[in-house]
Write a protein that binds this ligand. Sequence first.
Ligand code: GLN
Length: 454
Amino acid sequence: HLDRIGEVDDHVHAFLNVDADGALAAAREVDAALADGQAPASPIAGVPLALKDVLTTQGLPTTCGSKTLENWIPPYDSTVTRKLREAGVPILGKTNMDEFAMGSSTENSAFGPTHNPWDHGRIPGGSGGGSAASLAAFEAPLAIGTDTGGSIRQPGAVTGTVGVKPTYGGVSRYGLVAFSSSLDQAGPCARTVLDAALLHEVIGGWDPLDSTSINAPVPPVVAAAREGLRGDLKGVKVGVVKEFSGEGYQAGVQRSFEGAVEQLTALGAEVVEVSCPNFVYALPAYYLIAPSEASSNLARFDAMRYGLRVADDGSHSAEEVMSATREAGFGPEVKRRIMLGTYALSSGYYDAYYGSAQKVRTLISRDFAAAFEKVDVLVSPTTPTTAFKIGERVDDPMAMYLADLCTIPANLAGNAAMSVPSGLSDEDGLPVGLQIMAPALADDRLYRVGAAYE
Ligand code: GLN
């Protein structure tokens, strides 16, 4: 995999940093333990992985795709990083991402875009485009992403790979640099559903260092994937979300989705149409809640505690240093989100914006609850279009935001969701994703249905 990275990453740019020495040392340790007759530390011991650059790695730079953290080397590992190391998983390096995970194309990275391996002129999705592209380009067999509004699933869909947003609280956020704390969730990315399940069981579980982590066992996702691979979905009820079709959905995406629904039926599932009327308000609610939380979380980048500091020549006040550092360190999308969030939280507007968005969030959770009384999982296209061209949406934030139309409800409600490849669009030959959504703590249902389908 290191050789492959050397061959193709100049063109793909999935990685911001490659840690060849660290990865080889970890792999040698696994070899030595096996030679010594010890049992492998996990089923994926020795299988290398690409880690999104938003999770801290002790002694290795963690930039979050931002100039603000360009030279920051964390003094500690995130819980996900620690679990990977303990499981004997060599970490190949850190992957490119939209700055602070804000974006849908990886074009908001301060270090240049990642290219979709299917067509280098197109985006690999975002914010975790680097992780998804590393899988599609065969630079890594496993990767970690984070999903606040779709950043694991949408890149999975447009690169033809599998991406899972676990139940909120299912994977620790300790050491995951916060964007929107009530939505952020780390999860597995892979080329097959079973591979994702094996990784999910390694990174999941309760963590006393994250107060929002759930004190419950990891759902039996590997067993569920194996069950699904038998190709029988008899007794499984699947709901098609009525609201996620029609205008704005490419015909090729729509046809691929219809084909997926037919295949689920052929596998024995009972498929019905379900209405979730409040899902259409998920996008506007998200773009109030996520920027509000971001405006608070990003206040920590004050030019004193982490990373970049400019105008630090002794002739400026602390406030001037802070202001100049933020001006130089944050890109335009990050500034836009901070402005939006600060506005939505300001005293005269709080009830009208943030307060209303939180109410919509409750309505979306109720839509899910009502749907899951009737069906076991919900399905939709993961994203309305296939990979768009690099540059196409950079000057149009609203068009960029639409990429997450279908993925955001699961984040707002905190439940589990997966994107699994559903073939290539008959319009442009590019990958399309099928989204599967399950109730909180029922992540295993995603794996059963996803593995049967893929
Ligand atoms: N594209 C969405 C945004 O820009 C989601 C990002 C994410 O999931 N991190 O906020």
